[in-house]
Design a protein around this ligand. Structure first.
Ligand code: ADP
Ligand code: MG
Length: 346
């Protein structure tokens, strides 16, 4: 029997800063207690054989297979990347165990790829550091799977620690781990709607941002001046996408300062503003999710917003500790398709 090596990564919830991570801006994700583990056995041949608690039948692929829209694509891509950076010399047998719901904006794909790369690094005995590993994991999503995502998910699941939020500058990859304030928690509730990032809507938003980037001659929409964007002779769609990006980036900075000062009422207000911007300017929400966010606030959250890539998935709400049970009871009575996922606090 060849040796088995393990790798793990948590899910993450983004507290604020959506679609800023490929537009030169900041994000503020936090590690969840739900997560994913991978057991990896290196192989001498080029097969990638995967079993998972999420799927009944095993998947047997080859390291040279292209992505075909199957659940094992991230595993094949990660093993190929592990070969490319010299951590493996062939295929692998993988067993995945996860408690992160898929397609819900909690980064199951990034957790899977990072966990496979961490297991491969353990097999190699050495290799890239965690930041380099996150960058390699993003390459798998961008170039192998074909999801044009930014670097937030990979950095968060490779480096964030429970009970802290990661204030990440996605342009420089500088980050700060900030303690979540005591007496409050960030509660993640699933809307009951799932989506696939490969379904095209995420890519459409990326292309609309690219149109704005071309117009302004910059990669960093988040760093543009608001008045400049408002005055520009630019179509309404790219203008609104750019306005979301630059205001969302500003909100991350305000939220970070407020969180450090323990001012969670301001953090909550910024989360509400973020949701309105995602709904009206970036158009990445759905009516059911808007309703869930509205009820979350009506029933006592300091603020709430859609989290993740959009078009389904989860909301995150800021609550005072001790209020969760009664809040959830009212929320889920009104939105029976919703379900509690996790909560993060100090
Ligand atoms: P998310 O928002 O959860 O990252 P994605 O659509 O980006 O959603 O990624 C989901 C994909 O990640 C699945 O289609 C599958 O390929 C992979 N995946 C996630 N969890 C598992 C698991 N437990 N076992 C195998 N593959 C998984
Ligand atoms: Mg993903």
């Amino acid at each position: 029997m060849p040796d088995t090596f393990t790798g793990s990564a948590p899910g993450r919830v983004n507290l604020i800063g959506e679609h800023t991570d490929y537009n030169g801006g900041m994000v503020l994700p936090a590690a969840l207690s739900i997560g994913l583990e991978v057991a990896l056995m290196p192989r001498k041949d080029s097969a990638v054989a995967v079993t998972s608690n999420g799927y009944d039948a095993p998947s047997i692929r080859d390291i040279d297979d292209d992505a075909v829209g199957e659940w094992s694509d991230p595993c094949v891509g990660a093993i190929r990347e592990a070969n490319a950076v010299g951590m493996l010399g062939g295929g692998a047998t993988l067993d995945v165990h996860s408690t992160i719901p898929e397609g819900s904006g909690l980064s199951s794909s990034a957790a899977l790829i990072v966990a496979v790369l961490k297991a491969a690094r353990a097999a190699a005995g050495d290799g890239p550091n965690d930041i380099e590993l996150a960058v390699a994991a993003r390459r798998v999503e961008n170039h192998y799977i074909g999801v044009p995502c930014g670097i937030m998910d990979q950095m968060a699941v490779a480096l964030a620690t429970p009970g802290t939020a990661m204030a990440l500058d996605t342009k420089t990859l500088d980050y700060d781990l900030v303690a979540l304030p005591e007496s409050y928690e960030m509660v993640v509730v699933h809307s009951g709607l799932t989506r696939k990032l490969t379904d095209g809507r995420y890519s459409a938003r990326k292309e609309e941002c690219d149109a704005a980037k071309r117009f302004f001659g910059t990669d960093d929409l988040c760093l543009l001046d608001r008045a400049t964007v408002e005055a520009a002779d630019l179509d309404s769609i790219p203008r609104r996408r750019a306005l979301h990006c630059l205001t969302e980036h500003a909100r991350v900075k305000f939220a970070l300062a407020a969180m450090k000062a323990g001012d969670m009422h301001s953090v909550g207000a910024l989360m509400n503003e973020s949701h309105a911007s995602m709904r009206d300017l970036f158009e990445m929400s759905l009516p059911e999710i808007d309703g869930l966010v509205e009820s979350a606030v009506e029933f006592g959250a300091l603020g709430a917003r859609l989290t993740g890539g959009g078009f389904g998935g989860c909301i995150v709400a800021c609550l005072e500790q001790g209020r969760r049970a009664s809040w959830l009871e009212r929320l889920l009575a009104k939105h029976p398709q919703g379900r509690f996922i996790d909560a993060v606090g100090a």
